[in-house]
Design a protein around this ligand. Structure first.
Ligand code: MF3
Ligand code: CO
Ligand code: CO
Length: 258
């Protein structure tokens, strides 16, 4: 069931989004050699609680397993749901993706950004640019009466124009009263089984995950980390937005300079 939000909900959603974006900016400042993913997780958890929020991912259940961390830290060929372990230590050159969900007063916001540590290859820079462009192209087609598949095709179109591939099976989603609500928003057209219309009052998390070499994905033995099947690197950007009459209000914020 799609949960439509009203103007009062929007106030709560903006607040959650502000905390999530501020947390992501805090993470951005920690992207340095020698820092562990656990330090990022600890810092963001403490920050989110200090702002009166709660990390949406903490103890979140996926397929009967509880996620025991506050954020996801995925590096290089890890696409999403990378675990913020003590043993995952940042070292240049590296592509670091941080994904943050925040709940405040019953409202969830979800945002992710990709950071390059050190001199990554030019083609990796291109991957970052393509994925960010896919996010904004997708946002540009969102309005009442457009279709969910318009978002999917926008992401796919940008990825393919650059010679890259939207990861299979991974999707954007409705967000707001729960971390994951309907509708499901595939990044890859192969995953489009049903379609639907975008409606005023929807709150959506749009999150292209784009791989350099192929759309194929695998899950690591930890049961969480989703990696590219071919070992190629992947980028991920995510914004939470509200669908209004005239267009969209993007609630989470760009992290500039990365
Ligand atoms: N990466 C997911 C999203 O952005 C949420 C991760 S939930 C977790 O929608 F429990 F796996 F962390
Ligand atoms: Co997210
Ligand atoms: Co999300």
């Amino acid at each position: 069931m799609v949960i439509l939000k009203n103007e009062l909900d929007l106030l709560g959603l903006r607040e959650a989004a502000r905390i999530a974006s501020d947390a992501l900016r805090l993470a951005a400042g920690m992207i340095k050699e020698g820092v562990s993913a656990k330090e990022i997780d600890d810092a963001l958890r403490d920050f989110i609680f200090s702002r009166g929020g709660r990390p949406s991912f903490l103890n979140y259940e996926v397929d009967g397993k509880l996620y025991r961390y506050s954020v996801c830290v995925s590096i290089n060929d890890e696409i999403v749901h990378g675990l913020p372990l003590r043993t995952k230590v940042l070292k240049a050159p590296m592509l670091v993706k941080i994904d943050v969900g925040v709940e405040k007063d019953g409202y969830h916001a979800d945002t992710a950004w990709t950071f390059a540590l050190g001199d990554v290859p030019e083609r990796v820079r291109l991957l970052m640019r393509a994925t960010k462009e896919a996010l904004y192209r997708a946002i540009s087609v969102i309005r009442p009466k457009a279709r969910i598949s318009d978002i999917t095709f926008a992401i796919h179109g940008v990825a393919r124009r650059y010679g890259f591939y939207p990861a299979e099976t991974l999707t954007g989603h409705g967000v707001g009263l729960e971390l994951h609500e309907e509708p499901v928003i595939p990044n890859n057209p192969n995953d489009l089984d049903q379609d639907g219309f975008i409606r005023k009052g929807m709150t959506l998390a749009i999150e292209p995950m784009i791989n350099m070499g192929s759309e194929k994905v695998e899950t690591l033995e930890d049961g969480w980390t989703i990696v590219t099947a071919d070992g190629s690197w992947s980028a991920h950007y995510e914004h939470t937005l509200y669908v209004a009459d005239g267009g969209v209000e993007i609630l989470t914020e760009d992290i500039d300079g990365y």
